[in-house]
Design a protein around this ligand. Structure first.
Ligand SMILES: Cc1ncc(COP(=O)(O)O)c(C=O)c1O
Length: 472
């Protein structure tokens, strides 16, 4: 017995030695620590699937971020609305630490003490029978699509393999294969075909077009997937009454209304869900991002039993979905949103921010084409003719130099979506920085940049033929 144990130990030692050799130990005392070194390291060793603004996050609290050199920035992106509660919120961090010391993972092969509490908490907060927990947003969307297809076959009696999902032109729901099959983003779709069958597109905000599709193909349509406000498209708000019309049409044609509230939900737009703006209850709601309090990926699909119980053991799931660590963090994240009145805060501060941005528009009408948003979900769209050859990305680089971190979407739009815990003064600082960029930096940039050599390509969506960039 002792000999066998010694042999096993020798074997383990050898494996450890060999694996550390083959993976290459990090050189001692040579850890890169400056922003530039870290950016270079990432460029060298990570896939180039992002085009980040060149700033390295080292530490963050609330709406403030510090880089390794100690420079402070204000966060006007909030990790695409995953940090609605503010960075490292003490209550969420406490929940994380306490749970991390007890239990982190059971897998759903067993039960754990936290997931049932989270499930009850979330469903009662939003008024749905059941939740299916996942991790990332895209997984949440995939889950909702599977629920819809299954419901379509079992309850609506759609013939086998003929279920259709309708989604909107300009939508963004993530980057898995199923999801990009309905994407209007050439960068996300080109070179990744063939796309999944069973999808149809409709113009966002057009209830007549939606009814036409429902009338023609309604007996095969299982679900209508949409963002109540399109985020990645540039905070595109549908006409008043659209959400109500979607609800009525989905009920009329027995189609599941599936709201992707991954970005718009959890107080971002000034309501707990963006669908609340029209007091509409979707059949299926997808949540993500801020559900994990900016700490851990947590997504969830909410639905009633009629749809949710179409999914049976073994048909869908995820090893980490519903894990106790994520569940504890999600409970705390929801409590912070509720206890701190973040929806009301977002509504009020959003009005203030838009007021400040509209003042900027009045001062620079040649540059700012439109200011739009709900709550703290806002965008400034620039007039591309006057901005060119400067891009929205260039504007974000200048904002960064002035201590404000924002991210462009497309060529001409800058999203302004700070943590909902941001203070009025910080909000003002953000607007002031934009003002200064337009007043002081932009004229120099326009002079300094050569005339555009590469015309913006492509200008239309491969998927639906829609124009991707505004024409002026
Ligand atoms: C509306 C919407 N749905 C889905 C996703 C995908 O979420 P994730 O990046 O967590 O997969 C996003 C991400 O930005 C989103 O904005």
């Amino acid at each position: 017995m002792a000999i066998a144990r010694r042999r096993l130990q020798c074997l383990l030692n050898r494996v450890c030695r060999e694996s550390s050799r083959s993976f290459g130990a990090l050189p001692q005392g040579n850890n890169p620590s400056s922003s530039q070194e870290l950016i270079n390291l990432e460029y060298e060793f990570s896939a180039h699937n992002y085009h980040p603004v060149p700033v390295v996050f080292s530490r963050a609290r609330g709406s403030s971020i510090w880089d390794p050199e100690g420079n402070k920035y204000l966060d006007f992106l909030a990790a695409y609305s995953a940090v609605n509660q503010g960075h490292c919120h003490p209550k969420i961090m406490r929940a994380l630490q306490e749970q991390a010391e007890r239990l982190t993972l059971s897998s759903r092969a067993f039960y754990n003490e936290k997931f049932p509490i989270f499930a009850e908490h979330l469903t009662s907060m939003f008024g749905y029978d059941m939740v299916l927990p996942m991790n990332t947003g895209a997984e949440g969307v995939e889950t909702a699509l599977k629920v819809a297809r299954k419901w379509g076959y079992e309850k609506k009696k759609i013939p086998k393999d003929e279920a259709i999902i309708v989604s909107c032109c300009g939508c963004f729901h993530g980057r898995t294969l199923g999801v990009i099959s309905m994407s209007c983003d050439n960068e996300a779709t080109r070179g990744f075909g063939p796309s999944l069958p069973g999808h149809l597109k409709v113009d966002f905000g057009d209830k007549t077009a939606l009814e036409t599709i429902f009338k023609e193909k309604g007996d095969r349509i299982a679900g209508f997937l949409f963002e109540p406000i399109q985020g990645e498209a540039g905070v595109v708000i549908p006409p008043d009454g659209y959400l109500r019309a979607v609800r009525d049409l989905c009920s009329k044609y027995n189609i599941l209304m599936i709201a992707d509230e991954i970005q718009t939900g959890l107080a971002r737009t000034g309501k707990m869900l963006a669908c609340d703006w029209e007091k509409v209850r979707p059949d299926v709601v997808i949540l993500g991002k801020a559900l994990g309090g900016g700490v851990i990926p947590v997504s969830a699909v909410l639905a009633d039993k009629d749809a949710m119980l179409c999914i049976r053991p073994g048909e869908h799931g995820s090893t980490f979905g519903g894990n106790p660590l994520a569940s504890a963090v999600a409970i705390a994240s929801l409590d912070v949103i509720k206890d701190e009145g973040l929806a009301e805060r977002s509504a009020q501060l959003g009005n203030e921010l838009r007021h400040q941005l509209l003042e900027a528009q009045q001062k620079f009408p040649e540059y700012i084409k439109e200011v739009r948003g709900r709550g703290l979900f806002n965008a400034v769209e620039f007039n591309s003719k006057n901005l060119s050859p400067v891009s929205a990305f260039d504007i974000c680089l200048k904002l960064k130099e002035r201590g404000v971190l924002a991210k462009p979407t497309h060529n001409t739009i800058v999203r302004l979506t700070p943590p909902l815990s941001i203070s009025l003064d910080e909000l003002q600082e953000g607007s002031k920085a934009l003002h200064e960029v337009l007043e002081l930096d932009l004229p120099k940039m326009l002079k300094g940049k050569p005339e555009k050599v590469n015309p913006t390509v492509p200008s239309t969506c491969d998927r639906c033929g829609r124009s991707l960039y505004s024409s002026n």
